[in-house]
Design a protein around this ligand. Sequence first.
Ligand code: NAP
Length: 267
Amino acid sequence: MDLNHARILLTGATGGLGHALARCLAEKGADLLLAGRDAKRLAACHTEIGGIGGTGRQTLSLRADLTLPEDIEKTAAAAREFGVNVLINNAGVNAFGMYEKQDWRALEQVMATNLIAPMQLTHALLPWLKERESAAIVNIGSTFGSLPFPGFAAYSSAKAGLRGFSQALRRELADSRVEVVHVAPRTIASAMNTAAVNALNHDLGNHADTPQAVARKIVAALRAGSGEKHFGFPEILFAWLNGFAPGLIDLGLKAKLAVIKRHALQA
Ligand SMILES: NC(=O)c1ccc[n+]([C@@H]2O[C@H](COP(=O)([O-])OP(=O)(O)OC[C@H]3O[C@@H](n4cnc5c(N)ncnc54)[C@H](OP(=O)(O)O)[C@@H]3O)[C@@H](O)[C@H]2O)c1
């Protein structure tokens, strides 16, 4: 996919990865429709990204809560008006804690934002995208989509669902011009991770990538076209092992459960 003047709807543009992605895409000459909820951060992002690449590029922004059906419709309409040929489903939320102790509304929010919203936006925009000369849908998953983790039951479920959705859709669209890209980053240093998650990652020795480094890999994946990309070693190895020997991963994570519980119960 040629990104120079690709017309991209980027959700979650106000977040850590979204902001880095917006910069990276703008530097490649893409026109951007930036979506987020936080008005102040969206305006700041719009101003900064609008200034990249001179007057030849277009940047617009749109406030939308993607858990609201009317905002999905509003976003899809704005995307058609903008002439998008790339949809990047990046908005997401996490909820760290032991499942039975978690508030159901927070868990529903995780499913709605990370899984239902990308499926709804895709559903609303697919007929439009199929008419473009070249088009792509990029779903931002997570290592936890292939390596479901204690303390992250809803988030892992949503990201596993998003991965399954991406695979099914890619196979369904194999005879079309719409590319389906799924990426699965490991931990990213962003505001999504609370102090409790950061403390857990520290104690487990988990590495966090910078949003900028992950954004560059996602942009490379989009340029390369349809497929699934996992980022980070040894997470790639464990996710792969979980695919055919989940019992081994069960044992490995049981050994870490006391540490995970200690942090999860403080979350
Ligand atoms: N951080 C990690 O460790 C990590 C690892 C792997 C994958 N990921 C994935 O990377 C993506 C970006 O995460 P991040 O690290 O950049 O997190 P972040 O900094 O917390 O940003 C999350 C973004 O999602 C938006 N958002 C949340 N709920 C929304 C809703 N209901 N409607 C519309 N937008 C909503 C936020 O908008 P507002 O701020 O404007 O509300 C924000 O722009 C997510 O899909 C996440 O699951 C993250």
